[in-house]
Design a protein around this ligand. Structure first.
Ligand SMILES: Cc1cc2nc3c(=O)[nH]c(=O)nc-3n(C[C@H](O)[C@H](O)[C@H](O)COP(=O)(O)OP(=O)(O)OC[C@H]3O[C@@H](n4cnc5c(N)ncnc54)[C@H](O)[C@@H]3O)c2cc1C
Length: 427
């Protein structure tokens, strides 16, 4: 059996952050990175908008401000971001505060989906040049930590220490691993909401602040704003039972005036935290997703704000009629009535957030604005960690979004560095 000092599962930002950090911390160690995809599949590959201000992307359970800032400095020093300029923030903040809302001022950079891919390719080449072995299209299936090897769809591989960083899509896989290792976990929080798409002139703040983070009462917030050459996309999920559902999402390509489609999209999400007796946020999310897919003939749903306000469903004609002045960027979506599919409490809070947003930046409730449903962000598992380096059992570490230690590219990278310090100590 082939053996490495370190195996890293997942080549997303958590895996990469750990790999680069280990190369600094320990000389002459053998590192293998595997990924089931041909290129890492998370946010670095999609939009690659990076936030460098606490608490964005850093779950409070694992990060206080001082710790996060210490690691953020390391992430910054490595990635050397070009922070985007902002203007008129004070005015928006004042308007928001009058309504009991807030606008966070975040240091951001945006590479776009194309720029993100170039970054991944550059980083992967750098890792290989530094001696890291990378195996793509190889999927980890199980772990045997007594005998220190994993089984993939190709072979068995031995390790001294391992980092498992499979991202949000690796949710079920990580739960399987935790069962194999007898690690306890919780999964009781999720974000549910819609993606809003409109013309840039109806949400002009994006000219002043690329991804404005508004916080509304009742745990509602705006999230992941994209503009310029911006598109709404759908992500496929499969439940344990094999049911297929989709969450919408959004991304934009790197700034290029010649290719702008004049649209902006962003999520507006409500955080839901469950207590007894419902333990699994994931299962709740799946039920919502499957319900929407049922109503949409296997597709996510979309509705114009004009129809929503009149209490009418949107129809195919609603998306062609010249009364409405732009076509949806996500074509493979079902015109519908989102209020039939969405829990009323969540919808009520989100609509209240949208009305406040329309007061702060008039325009967002233009009748042509499209609301896509569902957009669901799983908060991932909260494993029982043995230490503050995200070790779950001796020699096995988790990091990144799938393991609940981050909620974004920079947080994932930081959590990879933090885990790597524990791994270096273990070695
Ligand atoms: C469409 C989209 C857009 C996003 N946009 C942004 C953004 O602009 N900014 C931002 O900060 N965040 C964004 N995010 C969130 C971002 O993706 C995550 O915060 C970040 O990528 C998490 O990093 P990670 O390393 O934990 O996981 P990931 O980046 O998801 O990487 C995990 C990797 O593990 C691999 N993997 C999973 N299971 C296995 C297995 N069993 N065996 C082998 N390999 C496996 C996957 O193929 C994947 O490449 C976006 C997410 C999505 C889905």
């Amino acid at each position: 059996m082939e053996k490495y000092d370190v195996i890293i599962v997942g080549t997303g930002p958590a895996g990469m952050g750990a790999a680069f950090s280990l190369l600094d911390l320990k000389k002459d160690i053998s590192i293998l990175m595997i990924d089931k995809a041909p290129v890492s599949t998370g946010g670095m590959r999609n939009d690659c908008k990076m936030n460098f201000t606490y608490p964005i992307g850093f779950p409070f359970e694992y990060w206080d401000e001082a710790t996060a800032n210490r690691y953020l400095e390391k992430v910054k020093a490595f990635l050397k971001p070009d922070i985007l300029p902002k203007s008129n923030i004070g005015i928006y903040q004042m308007r928001a505060e009058k309504l009991g809302c807030s606008l966070l001022e975040i240091q951001q950079t945006h590479l776009g989906t194309d720029g993100g891919l170039r970054l991944i390719q550059k980083l992967m080449t750098e890792l290989q040049e530094k001696g890291v072995t990378i195996s793509l299209r190889e999927e980890m299936l199980s772990i045997n930590n007594e005998q220190k090897f994993i089984t993939t769809d190709m072979r068995e591989i031995g390790y001294k220490t391992i980092l498992i960083a499979p991202g949000r899509h690796g949710f079920h896989f990580l739960q399987d691993v935790m069962h194999q290792l007898d690690v306890g976990y919780m999964d009781n929080i999720l974000d549910v909401g819609i993606r809003v798409e409109t013309r840039i002139e109806h949400y002009p703040i994006v000219k002043d602040y690329y991804d404005p983070k508004f916080y509304f009462p009742e745990k509602v917030r705006t999230f992941c704003t994209n503009s310029g050459n911006a598109h709404v996309v759908k992500e496929k999920y499969v439940t344990e039972r094999g049911d297929i559902w989709y969450s919408v999402n959004g991304h934009a390509y790197a700034a290029d005036a010649a290719r702008n489609n004049g649209l902006v999209n962003f999520a507006i999400l409500k955080t839901v935290r469950f207590t007894q007796p419902l333990a699994s946020g994931q299962e709740f999310a799946e039920h919502l997703g499957v319900m929407a897919a049922l109503m949409g003939g296997g597709k996510p749903l979309m509705q114009r704000v004009g129809d929503f306000r009149l209490g009418k469903r949107s129809k195919v004609a609603t998306f062609n009629n010249d009364l409405y002045d732009f076509e949806p960027s996500l074509k493979d979506c079902c015109p519908s009535d989102i209020s039939l599919a969405m829990p009323s409490k969540i919808l009520r809070y989100i609509w209240s957030g949208m009305k406040k947003l329309d007061t702060i930046i008039p325009g967002i409730l233009h009748p042509s604005t499209i609301m896509y449903y569902p957009e669901i962000k799983l908060y991932a598992n909260k494993p029982e960690y043995k230490d503050d380096r995200f070790q779950v059992v001796p020699s096995v570490f988790f990091a990144g979004d799938g393991a609940g230690t981050s909620r974004g590219i920079t947080g994932a990278w930081a959590s990879g560095i933090r885990a790597s310090e524990g791994m270096a100590e273990y070695l």
